[in-house]
Design a protein around this ligand. Structure first.
Ligand SMILES: *Cc1c(COP(=O)(O)O)cnc(C)c1O
Length: 358
């Protein structure tokens, strides 16, 4: 069997959840497990994060999958219903729906539900992605307060720059201006906001990336947040090539040896979700040492420099990211973020996931 595998460590997920609890002790935790648990497998992630008060997913099928695996917590559909039938199922299965536009509200009204709904009413406070405008929100909320088809209303918004210099105040002010007029629960904080802004913790927090052990803040190491990587992406060396000065490796001769070199070929490529844009010099870990990639990543393979690691040979384990190589370091080299790399592994559907219980 091809040696590439993603190991998902449930103890790390539990540990990271405990860190969120320490940071936001008075808030309920809605763990975000969209995109197949950020690539870790939806059910694997939910098991590791079982101490959460709720889970947030994207699709109805994910929500049903969680219920069918016995998760009784609140389950929030982050974009709400796309079609009317999803609302009836959500009411029946006690899923909490985001309502972010009038179209969704009208679908709900038309249904004449006999079981009331829990909704997260989303306000657009400046990200301009989803949500009612602040003016609209205030007017509509007044009319929703006494509607019998809502069991609970939680006000939510999402921050565009919680990880950047501009921070969250410019959006939080807009949100508070509306929220203060109502006695509804409030949910605003993603991972970056949980780490950076205590005042955003409120009734719920919605951590995603930090639960998986990657940093929500560019330039801030995950280790400085005391979170642990939940995924180890590992493969093995499948060939060794000895290069002389001026030999190149891989497509396009993007890397030329300056001296004699030993190069190892590793079973992992961009079709697995490893970023093709990772340049020469992207870190990897083999035989107890950090080294780096050379040349262009191929579809199914990549190349690493093992000139100074004589123990490295065919069948040696290689960590592409995980405990010794933070996924954020690989992401930064490739000009992206840890989020994208973690998701890409499961999106490729080529990398088996193995759970480490404990
Ligand atoms: C994905 C998502 C989150 C989690 O964001 P992280 O940056 O991964 O913590 C929170 N809220 C909403 C609405 C999201 O879509």
């Amino acid at each position: 069997m091809r040696p590439l595998k993603a190991f998902v460590d449930q103890a790390s997920l539990r540990h990271n959840l405990a860190i969120v609890k320490q940071l936001a002790p008075r808030s309920k935790i809605m763990s975000v497990v969209k995109a197949n648990g950020y690539g870790h497998g939806l059910i694997n992630a939910a098991h590791g994060l079982n101490d959460s008060d709720g889970f947030a997913v994207l699709t109805l099928n994910e929500a049903i999958d969680l219920r069918e695996h016995g998760f009784e917590q609140d389950i929030l559909l982050l974009e709400g219903a796309f079609e009317s039938y999803e609302i009836s199922i959500a009411a029946k299965m006690r899923f909490n729906l985001v309502v972010h536009n009038l179209h969704q509200l009208q679908m709900i009204e038309k249904l004449k539900l006999n079981r009331p709904l829990d909704i997260h009413f989303k306000i657009n406070t400046g990200m301009n992605r989803l949500g009612f405008s602040p003016q609209e929100a205030k007017e509509i909320l007044k009319t929703l307060q006494n509607k019998s088809y809502f069991k609970s209303i939680t006000l939510m918004t999402h921050f565009a720059t919680a990880d950047e210099h501009r921070g969250v105040d410019w959006q939080l002010t807009v949100f508070d201006d509306i929220a203060q007029h109502f006695n509804f629960a409030r949910s605003v904080a993603n991972s970056a906001s949980i780490v950076n802004f205590k005042k955003t913790h409120l009734d719920w927090v919605r951590p995603g990336i930090m639960l998986y052990g990657a940093s929500p803040i560019m330039g801030q190491k995950s280790s400085s947040l005391k979170i642990k990587p939940a995924m180890q992406l590992k493969s093995k060396i499948i060939a060794i090539q000895n290069l002389s000065k001026d030999d190149s490796v891989g497509y396009g001769e993007t890397f030329k040896a300056k001296n004699d070199m030993r190069i190892a070929v590793v079973a992992c490529g961009y079709a697995d979700g490893y970023p093709r844009h990772a340049p020469t010099g992207t870190p990897v870990y083999v035989e107890g040492k950090k080294t780096s990639t050379v040349g262009r990543v191929s579809m199914d393979m990549l190349y690493i420099d093992v000139t100074d690691i004589p123990h490295a040979s065919i069948s040696s384990d290689v960590e592409l990211w995980g405990e010794h190589v933070p996924v954020d370091e690989v992401a930064e080299k490739a000009g992206t973020v840890g989020y994208e790399l973690l998701c890409a592994i499961s999106a490729s559907k080529r990398v088996p996931i193995e759970i480490i219980h404990g």
